[in-house]
Ligand binder design. Structure first.
Ligand SMILES: O=C(O)CCC(=O)C(=O)O
Length: 320
């Protein structure tokens, strides 16, 4: 997998380009389905979420918590691609937890941090929610198979049309430097977001639970992201994407957020997580579906009242 080319993913340095950079990022998303935002996360927030992932991974290694979300609210069915996790030594398992915002309040400020939030809000529009908060550690020697897929179960077979607003966009926040290929790097096929994923003929239901997916996708159209901690890959859910093997001596750590139109059911929680209700701002709670005093009525997630539209609006981004 190290032979996958490591270039040609559009990037924007949002730390220096301000509002213009945000526009350029959205344009790259429309044309390529992916853009790398350089230096997109404030160092203090980056340090806090990095510590969070290290803490939870240590708890996993010590046996205090399970991998995935077994026994918790979500993801009781584990894709075959990850079943070997039950027999592999923990230090060689890819560590994945969903609903991280429901586990640790340190995640919450990431969901509307700038400039990421302005890009997501500007692209999807104001009827916006957070559907997935995930942490991921691929340790050195990780036994996970490399894969390419499209996101979100049955939504994986929905192809976005870029003349309109997308249904779902994800953001992969890198917490470790990945200066070379083959370190468990985020990998994708730029421009694939507008094409149906090449489902294998022996997978007529287009399930993501078998695996590994994407083995037949040619190596020469894949690209590995070379990134530093604090960079973020933003991508349309229909982009063919995944990870390489980690052949390096260091762990690769990252966080994944998915944002979708508010009528899309959350991927990894049923109701607004308690931790978000207790620690989130009004906007963060609303992003996790807490309609507050208005309470839920049929149609709420389709027609927002004005005050919610104002609350979800992004902050003005100052820049050159
Ligand atoms: O590891 C990666 O960079 C990709 C992960 C991914 O696509 C997923 O877990 O859905």
């Amino acid at each position: 997998m190290v032979d996958v080319p490591a270039t040609d993913i559009a990037e924007v340095d949002v730390a220096v380009s301000g509002r213009e950079g945000i526009t350029a990022a959205v344009e790259s998303l429309r044309s390529d389905g992916v853009v790398i935002l350089r230096r997109a996360v404030d160092p203090a927030l980056l340090a806090s979420v990095s510590d969070m992932v290290i803490d939870w991974h240590e708890r996993f290694l010590s046996g205090a918590v399970h991998n995935y979300s077994l026994g918790e609210e979500t993801a009781t069915r584990i894709p075959d691609i990850w079943q070997d996790a039950f027999t592999e030594p923990r230090e060689l398992q890819g560590f994945r937890k969903w609903n991280v915002a429901g586990m640790d309040s340190r995640f919450i400020p990431l969901v509307d941090c700038e400039p990421l939030y302005s890009i997501i809000h500007g692209f999807i529009g104001p009827d916006l929610s957070v559907t997935k908060t995930q942490m991921l550690v691929l340790p050195p020697g990780c036994l996970d198979s490399p894969f390419l897929h499209t996101d979100a179960g049955s939504l994986a077979d929905v192809v976005e049309h870029m003349d309109a607003s997308p249904v779902m966009v994800s953001a992969q926040v890198f917490l470790t430097d990945l200066p070379s290929p083959g370190m468990g790097n985020f990998t994708c096929v730029p421009g694939s977001h507008g094409k149906r994923y090449p489902w294998s003929p022996d997978n007529p239901t287009r399930s993501q639970l078998g695996g590994p997916l994407g083995e037949d996708i040619p190596m020469d159209i894949r690209r590995q992201a070379i990134v530093r901690a604090g960079d973020v890959a933003v991508f349309i859910h229909s982009l063919w994407h995944g990870a390489t093997s980690n052949a390096s001596p260091v762990p690769r750590r990252s966080l994944i957020l998915s944002y979708a139109k508010s009528f899309v059911r959350p991927y990894d929680y049923e109701s607004t997580p308690d931790i978000v209700l207790r620690h989130g701002t009004s906007r963060q709670r609303l992003l996790f579906g807490d309609l507050g005093a208005w309470a839920f009525r049929p149609g709420c997630f389709y027609h927002y009242p004005d005050d919610y539209l104002k609350m979800l609006a992004s902050d003005p981004v100052v820049g050159p």
